[in-house]
Design a protein around this ligand. Sequence first.
Ligand code: SF4
Ligand code: ZN
Length: 318
Amino acid sequence: MKCRQCSQKAVINMRQHKLALCSNHFIDWFTIQTQRTIHRYRMFNTDSRILVAVSGGKDSLAVWDVLHQLGYQADGLYIHLGIEKDFHYSQISQQKSEDFANKHGLYLHIENVKKNEGASITEATNLTLRGRNKPCSVCGLTKRHYMNRVGLQGGYDVLVTGHNLDDEAAVLFGNSLNWQVGYLARQHPVLEASSKGFIQRTKPFFRFYERETAAYAFLRGIDYVQEECPYAIGAKSIYYKEVLNHMELKRPGLKQSFFLAFLKAKQEERLLFRDDVPKEELKACKKCGQPTSAPDLCAFCRTWEKTRDLRAKNLRDA
Ligand code: SF4
Ligand code: ZN
């Protein structure tokens, strides 16, 4: 197969775009497409101060790389979660993120959950959710809290994540299977800073297939952590991705049209995905000040207070 632009050997064939490209032309195409998405969805501009949430994986480092290549002012945020099951996932991914920042002369904030909160994600899960062993819920709320806090305290205009089309389509698939109308109403690649206390969040890679972001990271020589988080094994989102990939084989472009048609339907048919459903009243958490629907403390503060109390009690009893 030959590159559409120069007739050299193609390194990737994107069936949904009917487009095969060589290494150089693919990197150009990928960069231009990212810029187009940023413009088209009015994500940010060259004056914006951007905070990129990096996990050390291919998507987040690739999005940081493209933004840097395009001349945006983008700092990184790495959250050390203390995930050490089977191998040193957190330690390795922090190292990859630091190496990337150093190589390109970029600034990386590092937050260490164990240092800040007194326990790792895994310990907090064991203490607070006895019987349920996956730390994903504690992990998710902790990451959201840190991204919002560092973003706002650092005076950033927007938080960027590396989610790709496979991620977005899998979330949409899961939410549709269960008709989670509230989640469907909120799912969008650009989440405005809707209420005070939330930073705007955007996903400039939401139109790329995962194999395209992987190809970009590989061809640009980005050194990323290859392994997934050990707790991702068996996650529903991975199963949904497999189902969608299976359908994609028979119908190239299916994932893309599934997600883009959803966005279009949202825009045009407000009755189906009503924006005007009464939003929950949010108050400031009494401890950390971030928005919450809870009357007193937010889920982050409750989880970590409980963790510290139980930890102190265990130490006293020991
Ligand atoms: Fe956190 Fe790992 Fe679960 Fe992802 S899979 S939410 S990184 S614990
Ligand atoms: Zn709080």
